[in-house]
Unconditional design. Structure first.
Ligand code: PA5
Length: 409
């Protein structure tokens, strides 16, 4: 069942007339003939042994520790963090998931070690290439710390490595040390890896129903009506881009979606920002950020359009008590939040801001599977419409080389 809907509310958004071109790109993607399009059919191709293996290893990790440290950066951790935050964190009785290796701050890692000092930990290192500087650094520091805490043999039993099936230094080390390993398929890139073990294994440890998560994507990956929704969103974004808009402001009215915004920024920014093209993805948590950016949105330089991620039904709510005053007392806070969505959109419509609203029926594993797949298909089709390759990232090599030069490597 499709749980994601798109509407161009009270806005000046028009679909681009490149519909036929977008359909051709979609068909090309679905044939999975290009490099790095393995993600398109992957939800229905993921081997059942992989799912069983992840669940078994997750049970083992759960029996050993109360914290799982996930080391990874970009596409190798954001999906886990985003899904877990949207679901309200680890399920009761499951280890808390902590993240390292997503920055190079010595302060962060020193602090991190203090935080986990008295916990039972396991570690999941996720790196497709195996050589990413941030992950390598955090892995070596935390592994050393674990050697002191548990000794080398026990440490190896507490490490799970998710990496390329054959290549890279992490794969070599994992084979040598005998870590439990899972693969990120060669033809799936980091930011399109939401349904691979890199994201799903830590989710399984946190007690997320990964079967239902994959099913959300699986059931719509072959559904023409769902692809049409991805095309509609891509065609709307592309029309706005062609009309001169430079920034897409992704907005959500619930802080638990903040990391979905970060995941989306990475997906869009890295897929589309090349050859002097692309929409700059920004994100705002509302109503919080209306008190900092609301003024700019309403009256500032109109180089942006808005995409609102709107969760329709929430399974938790509070009733406003009498003490809030007669105008608010007795109301559902979620209903008031829904009115805020309408009110802000009405005000922004008066300012002629183009708006795309994505309605997400509820925030559960199944719907999140659909949402992530929907956003991946949108990024791929929009990139194709822009005339760039949405699956490479040649620009990120430049800064990496500069850092390597400075380090004398
Ligand atoms: O989307 C991408 O390709 C990147 O964001 C990568 O996921 C990120 O750079 C981490 O790479 P790796 O998994 O090789 O450590």
């Amino acid at each position: 069942m499709i749980k994601i809907n798109i509407s161009l509310e009270e806005s000046r958004v028009k679909y681009s007339d490149r519909h036929d071109g977008a359909v051709a790109f979609m068909q090309q993607l679905r044939r999975d003939e290009e490099d790095f399009t393995g993600w398109v059919n992957w939800p229905s191709e993921i081997p059942s042994e992989w799912m069983d293996g992840m669940k078994r290893a997750a049970d083992d990790v759960r029996s050993k520790c109360d914290k799982l440290i996930v080391i990874g950066i970009g596409g190798s951790y954001l999906g886990t963090a985003a899904v877990l935050e949207a679901l309200g964190g680890s399920k009761p009785g499951c280890p808390e998931i902590l993240y390292a290796g997503n920055n190079m701050s010595g302060y962060y890692l020193a602090d991190f070690k203090e935080v986990v000092e008295n916990n039972e930990v396991c570690l999941c290192v996720v790196s497709k290439s195996g050589g990413t500087m941030e992950s390598r650094l955090a892995f070596s520091v935390l592994k050393d710390w674990m050697y002191e805490k548990y000794g080398r043999e026990e440490t190896a039993k507490r490490i799970v490595a998710v990496t390329d099936p054959v290549k890279g230094i992490l794969r070599e080390e994992a084979n040598h040390e005998g870590y439990v390993t899972f693969e990120i398929p060669g033809n799936i890139g980091g930011r399109y890896s939401a349904f691979t073990p890199g994201i799903m294994f830590p989710l399984a440890v946190a007690g997320v129903d990964i079967e239902t998560f994959v099913n959300g994507a699986k059931e719509i990956a072959s559904d023409d009506a769902f692809w049409q929704k991805g095309l509609d969103y891509a065609l709307a974004r592309f029309a706005l881009y062609e009309s001169g808009k430079e920034i897409e402001v992704i907005e959500y009215y619930d802080p638990s979606l903040r990391l979905i915004g970060e995941w989306c920024k990475q997906l869009y920014g890295e897929s589309e920002g090349k050859e002097g093209k692309g929409l700059f993805p920004a994100s705002l948590t509302l109503s919080t950020d209306l008190h900092s950016m609301g003024q700019f949105l309403q009256e500032g330089h109109q180089i942006f359009f808005e995409t609102i991620f709107n969760v329709v039904n929430r399974d938790k709510d509070v009733t406003v008590p009498e003490s809030a005053g007669p105008d608010l007392a007795g109301r559902s806070l979620n209903d008031i939040n829904a009115m805020a969505v309408k009110g802000v959109m009405a005000a922004h419509a008066k300012a002629n801001i183009p708006m795309i609203k994505i309605d997400i029926e509820e925030m559960d594993e199944y719907t999140l599977g659909q949402l992530l797949y929907f956003l991946m298909m949108t990024a791929a089709v929009t990139g194709k419409l822009m005339g760039i390759d949405p699956f490479n990232q040649p620009g990120v090599e430049d800064y990496k080389q500069e850092i390597r030069n400075l380090l004398g490597q």
